[in-house]
Design a protein around this ligand. Structure first.
Ligand code: COA
Length: 286
């Protein structure tokens, strides 16, 4: 597959399996193996691991969108290249599995900026992991999701089963994992797998509109909020209370924009906005 990356100053690297596009703070990564329905090959895992490292510290990336080219978001792990291709080569399997788990979970779920999975079409098996790892997920009504592992004799491994139990709840996770029954974008909303769904023709516009809204918010407050929401899931109440107090204090120190002070001043002194109804007008750090 030919590599094509829109030329922007900060997009020096070219990748074999993904495209990167930057537009005024919104960076889109597009899985680019449309003929294979964006199935995740070992190379795609290496490319994603590398790209996420770069974009995490890229000042031109304020919000990250992940999507797929052609008919698919991603048809899951590449059964030919990831499973069959490495089954007699433990070193290659080890490397591919590490890269696969690293980018789809550690790097993506801990990405320092907001992340949105934009599920444009087929989304199967292992591809659920990156949807769950993103902070937000939007889908085309016409998208087809499926925990299809059982249909070819395996189980939702990696951390797919762990993820879907949390995201769609026990009953739905059990039902869809054991049956492998496909479902569409509207059903994905009903079971909590994605936040919203739209007709496919509107998916990109609506996702970008949402991303632009996020760009107006304090990056430090958003980052600490998303880290906190993820972390408290696995804590008991005293641990959560202690952690949240410490995290709140830490936020005051790391926030170069002094969002809290800006927000208080604009509400209490300037009376220019209502925090209950919207965000203060950010003055970005220089
Ligand atoms: N791994 C490897 N190759 C895959 C793949 C996967 N997960 N998904 C699709 N492909 C390949 C097909 O083998 C085919 O290759 P070919 O052109 O060399 O024959 C090509 O992509 C197109 O797939 P095809 O099945 O003809 O397209 P479709 O649009 O009719 O159907 C899917 C698309 C996604 C429904 C179907 O390909 C499918 O069921 N894929 C497997 C999904 C899955 O169970 N993934 C979980 C893996 S854990």
């Amino acid at each position: 597959m030919a590599t094509k990356i829109k030329a922007t100053k900060a997009t020096a690297k070219q990748y074999e399996t993904i495209l990167i596009d930057k537009d005024k703070g919104i960076t889109t990564i597009t899985f680019n193996r449309p003929d294979q329905r964006n199935a995740m090959s070992p190379q795609l895992h290496m490319d994603m691991a590398d790209a996420l490292d770069d974009l995490a510290v890229d000042p031109q990336t304020e919000v990250l969108i992940i999507t797929g080219s052609g008919k698919a978001f991603s048809a899951g792990q590449d059964i030919k290249l990831y499973f069959r291709g490495t089954q007699d080569d433990p070193a290659a399997r080890h490397k591919a599995r590490n890269a696969s788990n690293e980018w789809r979970w550690q790097k993506l779920s801990r990405f320092p900026k907001p992340t949105i999975a934009m599920v444009n079409g087929f989304c199967f098996g292992g591809a659920f992991t990156q949807v769950c790892a993103c902070d937000f997920a939007f889908a085309a009504n016409e998208a087809t999701f499926g925990l299809s592992e059982v249909n070819w004799g395996i189980l939702p491994g990696g951390i797919v089963a762990w993820n879907v139990v949390q995201v769609m709840g026990y009953r739905n996770a059990m039902y869809y994992s054991v049956t492998g029954e496909p479902f569409d974008g509207k059903r994905a909303v009903e079971i909590g797998m994605v936040n919203k769904s739209f007709p496919k023709a509107k998916l990109r516009t609506e996702t970008v509109k949402f991303a632009r809204m996020l760009q107006e918010k304090s990056p430090a407050a958003m980052r600490y909020t998303k880290e906190a929401v993820r972390a408290v899931r696995f804590m008991n109440e005293p641990q959560a209370a202690d952690y949240l107090n410490a995290k709140s204090d830490a936020l005051k120190y790391v926030d170069k924009e002094k969002s809290r002070e800006q927000g208080m001043k604009q509400f209490l002194d300037d009376k220019t906005y209502r925090p209950g109804l919207g965000h203060f007008k950010r003055q970005k750090a220089k």
